[in-house]
Write a protein that binds this ligand. Structure first.
Ligand code: FNR
Length: 183
């Protein structure tokens, strides 16, 4: 059976490039992976006061992660870091203390930007955040996608062949990483 990968596009924007990249990956993934693309929409603000009686949306999000075989982050860069909505989702996933829903899950990070630097600073921040709360991070290949602004047509289809090639290589490597690191 295919491994289920929760693929989190870290933007709420309707025309988000991160979301389009995540959707393109879902189509390019090998048969061994089934990508379930989500965004942080609907995940309420983390508040430690609510931990005794967590909101239903936190529980549903944590449950989805726990049932997955791995998690892929497709993050934009906001002010040289990840967007607050994505950090909030990770904070929700990381609790209760010691029981992160990401524990043991193989993870991958893809950053992107319409600019020249590919969101590398956001990816580096995410690399700092995950180790204490997740399973193993795919270290290679690294992937920081720049100039994504002209990569999609009006219907959201991936039309840039160079990006398609890179995404295909990455998702193939991620499939192997997931297969190798199942608990
Ligand atoms: C940005 N953007 C941006 N881009 C970048 O390469 N480095 C950065 O530090 C920032 N900072 C930043 C801050 C804020 C608040 C916004 C709104 C935007 C531009 C960003 O890459 C661009 O808006 C992307 O299109 C956002 O990702 P999605 O929504 O397309 O996935």
């Amino acid at each position: 059976m295919a491994h289920t990968i929760v693929t989190i596009a870290g933007s709420l924007r309707k025309e988000s490039f991160s979301l389009k990249i995540a959707n393109a990956l879902a189509k390019l993934a090998p048969d061994t992976l089934k990508l379930e693309v989500i965004t942080p929409a609907g995940i309420s603000f983390f508040n430690q006061d609510l931990e005794g009686a967590p909101p239903a949306d936190w529980l549903a999000f944590r449950d989805k992660l726990q049932k997955s075989n791995g998690v892929l982050f497709v993050t934009p860069e906001y002010n040289r870091s990840i967007p607050g909505v994505l950090k909030n989702a990770i904070d929700v996933a990381s609790r209760p203390y010691g029981k992160s829903s990401l524990l043991g899950k193989p993870v991958g990070i893809i950053s992107n930007s319409p600019g020249p630097l590919g969101g590398v600073s956001a990816a580096k921040h995410l690399q700092n955040i995950l180790p204490g709360i997740s399973g193993l991070l795919l270290q290679q290949p690294e992937i920081y996608l720049n100039a994504v602004g002209d990569a999609f047509d009006a219907d959201g289809n991936l039309i840039k062949d160079s990006l398609k090639t890179v995404l295909q290589q990455y998702i193939g490597a991620f499939a192997a990483h997931v297969a190798k690191n199942q608990g």
